[in-house]
Design a protein around this ligand. Structure first.
Ligand code: PLP
Length: 380
């Protein structure tokens, strides 16, 4: 098998799985229980949370564990919007967000918030001048994805936050950092709120992280008992928290070394795919190399994906969550509906080998030639 869909999800690393199993077997007490088994679980959980808060230099109380980035995005946008209604109802989002953000915005619009969309330059970069003009007195929240999931466009969050705060110090910046974590350096002090998930960084599925700076007014969306996980009450999933903590520690080392390796693989693929007349490379100078997006002129990406599957090669059309639809990111960057209608996302990891890339390119050629021929015969 050749797995080139690391931005959809990643295999759980052995060390992470081991820490999950150990925490499950040896720490069965409910961390909310006051007896010794509970106290033991609570201590383990707190040491895992402390490791995460140390890595990101934030307070432990600023971290809430969720079921994944979708839930984190929901808490971030809805909880902040509701708490800040008295200051305004205007929310801005970039045109390169994950589909979950747009679904949440639709809900917010239905309950009376006004959603604006931030334009980007031809590189996919948030247009700073336009953003400046779009910030109003009643703008309470801006959401900008740190790294876009379809094309890998990376935004300079620190600069974006400076622009926002200069225009309106009461506007908060949320960033969906799901595709940035473990790929590039992230700094939670560049934002006010952030979303992440474990399953994109070789951690287990079913746990995410919601960061909220303590000064951001917030309305909880869920109510219950248990004091640790402030905005997601109930029994904290200790083994998942321990595993996530381990995954974060493993994913945030050697970033430059891993990125340089992935960049070479990316350049190799781009070098080969550029030779095809019927393919466009959807890449700008601010895309990270881990995500490579291409468009087909005359082949349906979904057909191509399934044809590659016959060689046990796995990748995505646009994002795993919006497969089959027009690529929002390609549309936002190139403003070309045809180009955005048949896209393939190749996502790479430091686990990807040169041999896998070579085999992928060879199979790609076979599939491309076969499908191009079929298309030609169809026309005749
Ligand atoms: N945000 C981004 C940028 C993503 O890439 C994804 C997953 O594809 C999500 C959110 C959703 O994450 P989860 O599956 O943890 O809910």
């Amino acid at each position: 098998m050749i797995y080139l869909d690391y931005s959809a999800t990643t295999p759980v690393s052995y060390d992470v799985l081991e820490s999950y199993i150990r925490a499950t077997k040896d720490f069965m007490g409910n961390p909310n229980s006051i007896h010794s088994l509970g106290v033991k679980s609570k201590a383990l959980m707190h040491s895992a949370i402390k490791q995460i808060s140390d890595i990101f230099s934030v307070l432990e109380s600023e971290i809430t564990f969720t079921s994944g980035a979708t839930m984190s995005n929901n808490l971030a946008l809805i909880g902040t919007a509701l708490a800040n209604m008295k200051y305004g109802n205007h929310i801005l989002v970039s045109k390169l967000e994950h589909p979950s953000i747009y679904s949440i915005c639709k809900y917010l619009e239905n309950i009376g918030f006004e959603i604006g969309y931030i334009d980007n330059t031809s590189d996919g970069l948030v247009d700073f001048d336009k953003l400046k003009k779009q910030i109003r007195n009643d703008t309470i929240l801006v959401s900008v994805c740190a790294v876009n999931s379809e094309m890998g466009v990376r935004q300079p969050l620190k600069m974006i936050r400076q622009i926002i705060k200069k225009e309106n110090p009461h506007t908060f910046l949320h960033s969906d950092m799901t595709q940035a974590l473990g790929k590039v350096a992230i700094n939670l002090h560049d934002v006010d709120l952030a979303s992440m998930t474990a399953h994109k960084i070789y951690g287990p599925k079913g746990i995410g992280l919601f960061y909220k700076n303590s000064r951001v007014p917030f309305t909880p969306l869920l109510y219950g008992s248990g004091s640790v996980n402030m905005y997601n009450p109930g029994t904290p999933p200790v083994p998942l928290i321990v595993a996530f903590s381990k995954a974060i520690r493993l994913a945030t080392v050697d970033l430059d070394k891993r990125e340089n390796f992935i960049k070479r693989l990316n350049e190799k693929i781009v070098g080969e795919l550029k030779k095809y007349d019927g393919i466009k490379i959807n890449q700008t100078k601010i895309c990270i190399p881990h995500i490579l997006n291409i468009s087909f002129d005359h082949i349906k990406a979904e057909t191509f994906l399934h044809a590659l599957e016959e060689y046990e090669i796995y990748l995505s059309t646009n994002t795993a969550c919006s497969s089959g639809e027009v690529s929002t990111a390609v549309m936002a960057v190139y403003d070309d509906p045809k180009r955005a209608s048949s896209t393939l996302r190749i996502s790479l990891s430091y686990l990807t080998t040169t041999d896998e890339v070579n085999k992928f390119l060879a199979c790609f050629r076979l599939v491309y030639e076969k499908l191009s021929l079929l298309k030609k015969e169809d026309k005749e």
